[in-house]
Design a protein around this ligand. Structure first.
Ligand code: XCC
Length: 655
């Protein structure tokens, strides 16, 4: 009877994930008595008051809880209304998300400074052309100057992204004029990230800003310091130091683990750790050590955003997205997992202990109880990564249990930078977004959607991402992707050119002509800035309006879980993009604060927030928005233009 009850309680992992490899490993872990976030989420009902952002714990007269079903019935002890409470909570999510991305960007900039001043030799400037282009984009003189001279100026200029107390951040120069004019009118052009984050934390303190509209202004300003500031610095400097991605064929899924090799996974966000790990894993001396104990070699894989970056940049295989990070340990094949910052579940330490995986933290900002800390120093990076390799080899020699590797490998094309899209569409001599704009105007491509973000145990892993993207491309919407979302689509086989068969006729024709997949993977979450740059370029090329808010584009994070996603969403909305989230949204429908985010901001010339859980509903809403923008541009239902019609040619000849 007892045993029967236990069987009944066992979770059906097919209900919580569509990733075959993850399901197999979740079943294995459960049968061995180990729990994961999927079980913990099922056991822990999300707090309904917190989910609606109707509680305030910003002071100790509370915590105060309002009633989400009747939000204006009560106020907090200080008199704070639901609008103030929810706006302040939202502001602190933006602050945290922005801080995460900008601190990551700052690390890249620190590294760049040391490289430029010759204090670091393990990293170099790999992409001089990108360096010159980035410098020129913010008005640094590049003609006839030495690379290092330009690099020094670029460092000085980009430092302002963080430290400037007055004026506009450097990359504001890349914002389309009309969008920038809207920001100036609203007073939301960021000064420097540190200042914006400091101010938002101050204003959301008890007894300061208690006007939700004013709080939202600072949310936008802070989020823009992320998107057009810290995140953009992270992307651009990473490209300069490690190379701008170009499309390459690479693989995703747990089948890339090798039973006969020493397997090392890098998980987190900052590419400097991964770059050094690549050097360590390829060092002949280390390979020799692995072979000496009977291993076939050293096998390196990525996870989450760290993995997404090197997947596109170097073709390093990717083992899985956020909700697979515990499951992959259950293979027993992971000899070491090295992590740095962000999206690292504390439970990984326990899971690693269960399977004998060596689990290392490497960043002084992120230590975890139960993990071994080997600090990564960018001046001597190999000291850390060689040690991880050494410990992984040791673990291979003493693997404690059975190794089971799900045999799923999914190949696709990754690494579509903004620069490559420009080249791909226009060729090397006339690289341009004009063919993209033309195809949007003539209706072959209905619009462009960014589908990004996390996976979350409160929704079926990968399901919403994949169904949403399928529906979008079926309706001729070109999809660009970053982060864990692109891994979901790569596993579903949509990052291959032959996935064009799933696209509508128009998009399919464009994909087949160019030889590209209908789903373009752009990298990690800081690489969402590639989407901002693409939007700015679409405006600059012309024919699709004067500001980002005019473009037939939309964004979605259908399975998000992190505060970083809220900051990303807010910077897209403030930039003019319709942005829809799934899972849950921290507002109460019908409140003034909710209405401002979901409608009011659009009236001010920005984009707007929206929410849906079901993927087809989400796609319908995104397409409706794209059509609304097409209508406003006068290109709705526009018939295909014949660019080189023989009929026209004959008519011309006859003249
Ligand atoms: Fe984290 Fe960036 Fe989300 Fe994935 S998508 S769960 S934030 S790793 Ni960026």
């Amino acid at each position: 009877m007892m045993a029967e009850e236990k069987v009944k309680k066992q979770m059906d992992f097919r209900e919580v994930s569509t990733c075959e490899a993850t399901i197999q490993m979740l079943q294995k872990a459960a049968s061995e008595g180990f729990e994961t976030a999927f079980q913990r989420a099922a056991d822990m009902k999300a707090c309904p008051i917190g989910a609606d952002s109707a509680c305030c714990k910003h002071c100790f007269m509370g915590p105060c809880r309002l009633n989400p079903k009747d939000p204006y019935a009560k106020v907090g002890v200080c008199g704070a209304t639901i609008d103030t409470i929810a706006a302040r909570n939202f502001a602190r999510m933006v602050a945290s998300g922005c801080a995460a991305h900008t601190d990551h960007g700052m690390s890249m900039l620190d590294l760049f400074r040391e490289v430029v001043h010759g204090k670091i030799s393990d990293y170099q400037i790999k992409d001089e052309e990108k360096l010159r282009n980035v410098a020129a984009s913010i008005d640094i003189e590049v003609v006839g100057r030495e690379t290092m001279e330009i690099a020094k100026d670029l460092y000085q200029e980009l430092e302002r992204t963080y430290t400037q107390v007055e004026g506009e951040i450097p990359f504001a120069k890349r914002v389309p004029a009309k969008t920038l004019e809207t920001w100036r009118k609203l007073g939301i052009v960021p000064r420097g990230a540190m200042r914006e984050i400091m101010e938002i934390m101050h204003r959301s303190h008890m007894g300061v800003d208690q006007d939700y509209e004013n709080i939202v202004k600072q949310c936008s300003r802070t989020a823009l310091a992320d998107g057009w500031g810290g995140s953009m610095v992270a992307t651009e400097i990473s490209d300069i130091l490690f190379g701008t991605p170009k499309p390459l064929v690479a693989g995703v899924n747990m089948g890339f683990l090798k039973e006969e090799a020493v397997n090392i996974i890098v998980h987190g966000h900052e590419p400097n750790l991964f770059e050094s790990m690549i050097a360590s894993a390829n060092d002949p001396a280390n390979i020799e050590k692995a072979k000496a104990i009977g291993a076939a070699g050293i096998n390196l894989l990525g996870m989450c955003c760290s993995g997404a970056e090197v997947l596109g940049r170097h073709g390093v295989p990717h083992a899985g997205n956020f909700m697979s990070t515990e499951a992959v340990i259950a293979t027993g094949a992971v000899d070491a997992m090295a992590v740095d910052v962000q999206c690292i579940m504390q439970a990984l330490a326990k899971m690693s202990e269960c399977y004998g995986t060596k689990f290392f933290t490497t960043n002084p900002r992120a230590k975890i109880h139960g993990a071994m800390h080997i600090e990564f120093h960018e001046h001597t990076p190999r000291a850390c990564t060689d040690k991880v390799v050494e410990m992984a080899i040791e673990r291979f020699q003493n693997r404690p249990g059975r190794v089971v590797i799900p045999q799923r490998r999914d190949m696709g094309i990754h690494g579509f930078s903004h620069e490559y899209v420009n080249y791909m569409l226009g060729g090397s001599f006339r690289g341009s977004y004009k063919p993209l704009n033309d195809n949007i105007i003539n209706g072959r491509i209905r619009g462009v959607a960014g589908v990004v973000g996390c996976t979350n145990p409160r929704v079926r892993q990968d399901y919403v991402h994949v169904e949403l993207v399928k529906e979008l491309i079926r309706n001729n919407v070109l999809v660009v992707q970053t982060g864990c979302s692109q891994i979901a689509l790569a596993k579903a086989g949509l990052c291959k050119p032959d996935a064009a068969v799933l696209a509508g006729d128009g998009l399919r024709e464009v994909c087949e002509t160019v030889g590209m997949p209908p789903v373009l993977s752009l990298g990690s979450c800081v690489d969402n800035t590639r989407i901002l740059i693409a939007c700015a370029e679409m405006v600059r090329v012309g024919g699709l309006g004067e500001s980002i808010a005019d473009l037939p584009v939309a964004g979605a994070a259908p399975e998000y879980m992190s505060e970083k996603a809220i900051s990303i969403g807010q910077y897209f909305v403030a930039s003019g993009v319709y942005t829809i989230f799934g899972v849950t949204f921290p507002t109460i429908e019908g409140t003034k604060f909710h209405n401002l985010l979901f409608n009011g901001l659009e009236e001010l010339g920005c984009g707007k927030w929206d929410f849906a859980v079901e993927p087809h509903e989400m796609a319908r809403k995104m397409i409706a928005h794209i059509d609304k923008k097409r209508e406003a541009l006068g290109i709705m239902g526009k018939k295909e233009r014949k660019l080189f019609s023989m009929e026209d040619r004959r008519a011309m000849d006859a003249m």
